[in-house]
Design a protein around this ligand. Structure first.
Ligand SMILES: Nc1ncnc2c1ncn2[C@@H]1O[C@H](COP(=O)(O)OP(=O)(O)O)[C@@H](O)[C@H]1O
Ligand SMILES: [Mg+2]
Length: 231
């Protein structure tokens, strides 16, 4: 049972309240919930980027509480990819250099070729030397997706990946994310506000009042797939 509390001043805020979640290898899980519900906090805990106030987390069969920050980073290296709402590319690095970054922690032969292949896969084979600011939002998110998949991770976290994109671009980014996910066979944990998107996952959960509850997304037509995403 996982809990996360934070204190600000004299007040204690319970963000996650004794929730429980188990995700099987290869499964795709959508997590929905209002802004401020604690979705990003939950992803941070699941990835071992943050530590719980109470409860035990297991990643790839290892108890995260037994590892320090470096140990958790080593466990993630090459095995976990992230896609964020605001892309989080390093502004001074080219598209190619951004995609190469995760390989620094997980070195292998032919890194340049691997990174270039991933950029080509996301449709940016001609943009390898561009800086993030020279790319559109959709292109930046595609670089971020190439970066998330470049190590052939077992698990990908996506936190509102279309939240900063217009509906058409968002839909393309999502198609790409699901295509790659199926191709590589990763486990996908996806935070989204969008029901059409959530329906493409094996399982949908809603985070509300610190608890996860099963969720049945509304039957919305595909063309509204990313409308309403974002905050
Ligand atoms: N370190 C922190 N200190 C105080 N409040 C925090 C901290 N981290 C998150 N919060 C609060 O916890 C709540 C959940 O945040 P978050 O996980 O980002 O929500 P979501 O991703 O669902 O929008 C928010 O109200 C946020 O302000
Ligand atoms: Mg969030």
């Amino acid at each position: 049972m996982l809990s996360k509390k934070v204190t600000s001043g004299e007040r204690t805020l319970t963000i996650l309240d004794q929730l429980s979640l188990s995700v099987a290898a290869g499964e795709s899980v959508a997590i929905l919930g209002k802004s401020g519900a604690g979705k990003s906090t939950l992803l941070g805990l699941l990835a071992g980027l943050d530590t719980p106030s109470d409860g035990e987390l297991t990643l790839f069969g290892k108890a995260l509480s037994r590892l320090d920050e470096d140990g958790r980073a080593a466990l993630r290296a090459g095995r976990v990819g992230f896609v964020f709402q605001n892309f989080q590319l390093l502004p001074t690095l080219s598209a190619l250099e951004n995609v190469l970054l995760p390989l620094e922690l997980s070195p292998r032969a032919g890194e340049d070729h691997i990174a270039q292949t991933w950029l080509a896969k996301v449709g940016l084979g001609e943009r390898v030397d561009h800086l993030p600011k020279q790319l559109s939002g959709g292109e930046q998110q595609r670089v971020a997706i190439a970066r998330a998949f470049v190590t052939d991770p077992e698990l990908v976290f996506a936190d509102e990946p279309t939240g900063n994109l217009d509906p058409d671009t968002g839909a393309q980014v999502i198609d790409l994310l699901f295509t790659l996910n199926h191709e590589v066979g990763t486990t996908l944990i996806l935070v989204t506000h969008d029901h059409a998107l959530a329906r493409r996952c094996d399982r949908c959960l809603q985070l509300t009042q610190g608890q996860l509850i099963p969720f049945v997304p509304a039957d919305v037509p595909a063309e509204s797939s990313v409308a309403g995403e974002g905050q």
